[in-house]
Design a protein around this ligand. Sequence first.
Ligand code: G6P
Length: 362
Amino acid sequence: DASDIEKGTYPHYMLKEIDEQPLAIRKIIQEYQDKDGKLTIDPAIVEAVNAADRLYIVAAGTSYHAGLLGKQFIEKLAKIPVEVHVASEFGYNMPMLSEKPLFIFITQSGETADSRAVLVQVKEMGYPTLTITNVPGSTLSREADHTLLLYAGPEIAVASTKAYTSQMAVLSILAEVMAKSKGYDVDLDLIHELGIIANAMEVIFEDKEELEAIAKEYLETSRNAFFIGRGIDYYVGLEGALKLKEISYIQAEGFAGGELKHGTIALIEDGTPIIALATQESVNLSIRGNVKEVVARGANPCIISMKGLEMDGDRYIVPAVHDLLTPLISVVPLQLIAYYAALHRGCDVDKPRNLAKSVTVE
Ligand code: G6P
């Protein structure tokens, strides 16, 4: 219950929950480790996933964005095909299903009605189900065949932060455990890399003043903002845009860097903020090319890059982490920028207008 959870010295739950992310990651590492120090998940889940020929991730909002990255982790490491669907659309646009689908519901609250409707529907069709949730005993946990918990502790702020990074951490563990169960060589020491991520988050927290300055400079008075990225940075941009619009009411959109020129670039005016993510070596030059295109049309660029890939003029540089796991780090400055933007615009950070923490109507 929200009233039982103390904010302590924090002015807002959102800031507290952003700060709890390293703790949440370390807790996940601990909860998903066996006594020999190896990552492990319920063998019944490994069996269910191994029996499936395709995974269908169903989720809403921020959890959907975590699903988009979960697909990357699972396909790259475990080589299982994954589709990701918005829960509210699933009923109308039911994809053509494979022979042996497994449905994975990602939901912080475990109560989202749109996601539950899909669960009920696919259960009736006789398909196996797994819920990834922060809330033990929640509706979607009880009604699915299997559950993986996030162990992130209660999330009170409407804008989801620690649940998102925890969802990605658990999805990466699922991907790694599945890869190993299939006998693939996994060129990734996930426990070690997640530990690096927890530490890197703490390094970013030391830069709060800097991130607040960025929020003021780019977003205090702007009408809109665009987040661009390529590859997995694109999905993080979607989440960065969602965070910003949810709590600051700035119209914010995330786009794939290369897609801008096919329409959205028409919106660029003098001073339009463009937040560009550059954490992937393979697209580092091409995303910077996209930044040049918008700068030529007057945009005000804020490049967020990663140590080792940085170039002159980058506005913020996150510590280096494994290139598949950069979303767990690159989202943190975006969360803080959204937080400070909302704060400086006088918005109610924890309880934004028109939104509810868990939406139990379809
Ligand atoms: C609501 C919240 C979002 C959240 C979404 C899905 O719309 O405002 O922050 O991402 O529901 O919630 P869930 O609990 O299913 O992850």
